[in-house]
Design a protein around this ligand. Structure first.
Ligand code: 5AD
Length: 476
């Protein structure tokens, strides 16, 4: 049977898509190759969010094709995912040896297309069309083929994004928001729990918008029953604002439904939008014990002027109040963020407002990105693009600040006992095992196979770079 090697660039959603493609191919009889050189088929699952990620995948493909040719190996090679979607046939014009370009709504077709390419019935395939219900096709898991076994799983709850931040290419690569149904997701999570999974992470481009479009459509197709309905008042309640008392957003309804599944111990989600933390979600953190005390709050900028240009829909002050609300609901909650430096027009003063907000919020970790102009996004056409040297300088200053804060936060864990879920052996050092705290910090400890999948307490002895070192030998 043919063997396949899939290399993934980018976010957790991409990792999840790759896993679903791998599971689909294994079910068809393919085997998973250990390296790209040993594989009959190599697929690169790509990321478009910054130019650097696209260049990495293109260079990798050139390299794979060049090596296969010089070693006279017959290999089927393909791009899939975000860059495949946004560039389509252009990729084959640039790299004529590429056999397959598979868009983000076509992952479930990988098997049939590869069969056709391998058997020679087709020679090159580009499929980047939209396909209704494709969001529900990211469902199969590869529980036993994964290094981390079946302790923790990603569940893709929706696809696409309607937010249209001016810097972001995602609406073009992932399309409009489409959500899977709660019964379908609960069934998937139940199956995962039955096979030993203890933790699920619900995934989507903006999970806090889960089900809103479907809810709106259901409302619109319903005959008006009252004056309030007819005037459209009900429709407003599903917009991005605190739901009226007693009415929970579809996302919180989903959290409740997943929370009720026996055997699951921990629930996480990513990525949310800050404005999606309505009172119902904040309250869910206080109410649902399985919902881990960890939240990603993508800030992007601390300047109200830049936030407006980015089309983010909140101010720095509003952001701060969300962080405070979450900390009140769940003291000790781990807060992480994404920040872009050097968005067009960002002045030194704007940047200092980002620094000030980071000092105030004190994130546990921050992912900092130098602004990268993306094709067909409004920001790429804005005046006052910030020179690369300034973007690099701001990147470094912000990194120094957030890393200093994070190091102090990690240091504060020394001497404390924390609960971890053990995922498996550490990738770097097989003698060590790795687990995660509820607040999403990685803990390494001297463990062995019997610890895998356990929820256990460790005492934190010391810290490394974004890592805690724990001692499991606690005598209570
Ligand atoms: N340039 C730099 N960073 C970007 N991101 C998204 N688009 C861009 C861009 N054009 C960052 C945002 C987002 C994260 C996933 O990537 O911070 O939250």
């Amino acid at each position: 049977m043919p063997s396949v090697y899939i290399k993934t660039y980018g976010c957790q959603m991409n990792e999840r898509d790759s896993e679903a493609v791998a599971a689909q191919l294994v079910a068809r009889g393919y085997t998973l190759a250990k390296s790209e050189a040993a594989a009959d088929v190599v697929l690169l699952n790509t990321c478009s969010v910054r130019d650097f990620a696209e260049q990495k995948a293109i260079n990798k493909m050139q390299n794979i094709v060049g090596t296969a040719r010089s070693e006279k190996r017959d290999q089927i090679v393909g791009f899939m995912g975000c860059m495949a979607q946004s560039r389509g046939r252009e990729l084959i014009d640039q790299l004529p040896d590429v056999d397959l370009v598979l868009g983000t709504q076509k992952f479930h077709r990988a098997g049939e297309y590869l069969d056709a390419l391998l058997s020679g019935t087709r020679h090159q395939i580009v499929d980047v069309e939209a396909e209704a219900k494709s969001e529900a096709a990211i469902r199969e898991h590869l529980l036993n083929g994964k290094a981390k076994s079946s302790v923790s799983a990603y569940v893709s709850i929706m696809q696409g994004c309607n937010q249209h931040c001016t810097f972001c290419i995602v609406p073009a690569t992932r399309g409009e928001e489409r959500s899977r149904s709660i019964p379908d997701l609960v069934a998937e999570c139940r199956e995962l729990a039955a096979s030993g999974v203890k933790e699920v992470t619900l995934l989507g481009q903006i999970v806090t918008s889960y089900g809103k479009r479907e809810q709106r459509e259901a409302w619109q197709s319903r005959p008006p029953q009252s004056a309030a309905d007819a005037s459209g008042d009900e429709g407003e309640a599903v917009a991005d604002q605190t739901p009226v008392a007693g009415r929970m957003s579809p996302f919180v309804q989903l959290l409740d439904a997943v929370h009720a599944i026996e055997g699951l111990e921990r629930i996480r989600f990513t990525s949310p939008h800050p404005k999606g933390y309505g009172d119902d979600l904040v309250e869910a953190f206080a109410r649902l014990p399985k919902l881990c005390e960890s939240a990603h709050l993508p800030l992007q900028s601390g300047s109200d002027r830049i936030l407006k240009l980015m089309h983010r829909g909140y101010t720095g002050e509003k952001f701060l109040s969300i962080a405070q609300k979450l900390r009140r609901a769940r003291p000790g909650i781990g807060l992480t963020t994404d920040i872009i430096v050097g968005f067009p027009g960002e002045t030194e003063e704007d940047f200092e407002q980002t620094l000030a907000l980071c000092r105030e919020v004190e994130f546990d970790n921050a992912y900092i990105f130098k602004y990268s102009p993306r094709r067909d996004t409004p920001a790429a056409a804005m005046a006052d693009q910030v020179p690369l040297a300034a973007r690099e300088e701001r990147n470094q200053r912000l990194l120094d600040l957030v890393n200093g804060i994070a190091a102090r936060k990690y240091e504060a864990f020394v001497g404390r006992r924390v609960q971890i879920l053990v995922e498996g052996p550490s990738r770097k050092n097989g003698a060590r095992f790795t687990g995660r705290t509820r607040c999403n910090k990685i803990v390494l400890f001297e463990g062995d196979e019997r610890h895998r999948g356990q929820l256990m307490e460790v005492k934190i002895e010391r810290t490394g770079s974004f890592t805690l070192y724990g001692d499991p030998a606690i005598h209570l």
